[in-house]
Design a protein around this ligand. Structure first.
Ligand code: PLP
Length: 389
C-alpha cells in the first residue's frame, strides 16, 4: 500500500483508504466477496499509524527474523511487558507482570481459560447477543450456555442470579466493552457482575480488546481493577489489534489473576500456546507507546460516524432501530421493522453491501445486522444509501 492509495477525505487528518484501494487489498473484509461496500469483519479502512509502519519497516530493514532475545527462551515479550504499563497509565490498573502471558490472539486466551477451568457440561455465562466465536467456543467444547439477554436497554441480573442458584455455572465470559452492542459496563454494573460471580464461584474471562475504543466522555474500568478479590478470579485478555488495526499480525496478551489457570498453564510445555510473532510484538509496542494521537483521531471519526449513522438511517432506512455504541466501531441495527425477515444481511448483500449477519450473534440477533463504522464518513454515507436499494 503506497501513500498515494490513501485519501484524506475526513476532517480529522486520518489516512482513510478509498474504495478502489480497499478492493485491491488481499484482506478478508473487502476481498471475501465481490461487493460494492464491505462493513462486516472488525478491520478498519484506515492506514495504520505511521509509528507502527516505521517499527515494522525497522524489523525488515534489520532483517531481524530469527529467534528474539527477550531474556530467556520463554521470557515475556516486550509487548507483554508494555501491557502492564499501558493498563496502569490508561486505566489505573496495575497487573503483576509475573501473571502476564503472551498469546497469539485474544480468542486463544479465552479458549485456553474455558478449556482448563471447566469441564464438558459446565455452564458458561454469556451476554446475548454475543460475539459469535464465544458461542462457538462454548458449543464446540461441549459447555452449557447460560444466556443473559439484552432487553429494553439492559441485562436482567436478578433473573440470571436465580438461574445460577438453580443450575450453577463455572465461567462468565465478559465482553467489555461489548461486541456487538457497543455497551460499556460502568462501575456499578461491573460490581453487580463481580458480586454474582463471587457468590456463585465463577471464573470471569474479561475480553477487553475494545477498551481503547471508548467514545469521548466514556470511561473504561478494567474488570480486574475492581479489587484484589475480583482480580484473583479474573482472566483478562486483550491486544492492540482492534484499536490499532493489527489483527493479521497475531499477538495478544493475557493477565491470569486466577491461580487455577496459572497452575494449569505452568504444567504445559513452554510455548504450548505458540511463540509470539516478533512483527506483532514490534507493532504492539509502537501502538501502545507512540500512537495515542492517531487513536484519538480514530475515535473522533468513529464518534462522528456513529452519530451520522442515526441521521443516515432516518433519511434512507426509517424503521431501523439503532442506539449509537458507547465504545467499539461496531453498530448493531435492529431491522425487524423493515420486513426483511430474520436475515436482513441477505437483502443488503443483494444491494451490494456486506454486513455481519445478526443471527451469527445468537438467537436474539435474528432480524439484526452489525455494521463496521471504521471507515471514512463519505464511504459510510454512500454505503447507507446503497443499503436502501
Ligand atoms: C470481542 C472480541 N474478542 C476477540 C476478537 C478477535 O481477536 P483475535 O483475532 O485477537 O482473536 C474480536 C475481533 O473482532 C473481538 O471483537
Amino acid at each position: 500500500m503506497t501513500v498515494s492509495d490513501a485519501v484524506d477525505d475526513d476532517p480529522f487528518g486520518l489516512r482513510s483508504l478509498d474504495v478502489a484501494s480497499l478492493r485491491r487489498r488481499d484482506g478478508a473484509k473487502w476481498g471475501a466477496r465481490p461487493v460494492d461496500y464491505a462493513a462486516w469483519v472488525a478491520d478498519m479502512d484506515f492506514e495504520v499509524a505511521p509509528p507502527i509502519a516505521a517499527a515494522l519497516h525497522g524489523v525488515i530493514d534489520r532483517h531481524e527474523f530469527g529467534y528474539p532475545n527477550w531474556g530467556g527462551p520463554y521470557a515475556l515479550s516486550p509487548a507483554g511487558q508494555q501491557f502492564v504499563t499501558r493498563m496502569s497509565d490508561r486505566f489505573g490498573w496495575e497487573p503483576d507482570v509475573d501473571e502476564v502471558v503472551d498469546l497469539i490472539d485474544v480468542l486463544q486466551g479465552v479458549r485456553a481459560a474455558v478449556y482448563h477451568r471447566s469441564a464438558p457440561g459446565d455452564g458458561v455465562v454469556l451476554h446475548m447477543p454475543a460475539y459469535f466465536p464465544f458461542i462457538d467456543t462454548i458449543e464446540t467444547m461441549g459447555r452449557r450456555r447460560v444466556d443473559v439477554t439484552w432487553t429494553d436497554g439492559g441485562f436482567d441480573y436478578d433473573d440470571l442470579d436465580e438461574r445460577l442458584t438453580r443450575d450453577g455455572a463455572r465461567i462468565w465470559i465478559l465482553c467489555h466493552p461489548h461486541n456487538p452492542l457497543g455497551h460499556v459496563f460502568d462501575r456499578a454494573e461491573l460490581e453487580r457482575i463481580a458480586e454474582i460471580a463471587m457468590r456463585h464461584d465463577l471464573l470471569v474471562i474479561a475480553d477487553e480488546v475494545h477498551a481503547d475504543l471508548c467514545m469521548p466522555g466514556v470511561e473504561h474500568v478494567p474488570f480486574a481493577a475492581l479489587g484484589t478479590e475480583v482480580e484473583r478470579r479474573t482472566v483478562t485478555v486483550t491486544s492492540a489489534s482492534k484499536a490499532f488495526n493489527l489483527a493479521g499480525l497475531r499477538w495478544a496478551v493475557m493477565h491470569v489473576g486466577d491461580a487455577g489457570l496459572r497452575d494449569a498453564l505452568a504444567g504445559l510445555p513452554g510455548h504450548y500456546l505458540g511463540a509470539p510473532n516478533r512483527m506483532g510484538v514490534a507493532a504492539a509496542v509502537a501502538a501502545w507507546t507512540e500512537c495515542d494521537d492517531w487513536l484519538r483521531d480514530v475515535v473522533a471519526v468513529v464518534d462522528e460516524n456513529r452519530l451520522a449513522l442515526a441521521s443516515l438511517l432516518e433519511q434512507h432506512l426509517p424503521g431501523v432501530d439503532y442506539r449509537p455504541p458507547s465504545a467499539t466501531y461496531l453498530a448493531w441495527l435492529d431491522c425487524r421493522e423493515l420486513g426483511f425477515d430474520d436475515e436482513p444481511h441477505e437483502v443488503f448483500r443483494a444491494r451490494g453491501v456486506e454486513l455481519s449477519p445478526g443471527p451469527q450473534f445468537g438467537p436474539t440477533g435474528a432480524g439484526h445486522v452489525r455494521v463496521n463504522l471504521a471507515t471514512s464518513p463519505s464511504i459510510l454515507a454512500d454505503m447507507v444509501a446503497a443499503m436502501a436499494g
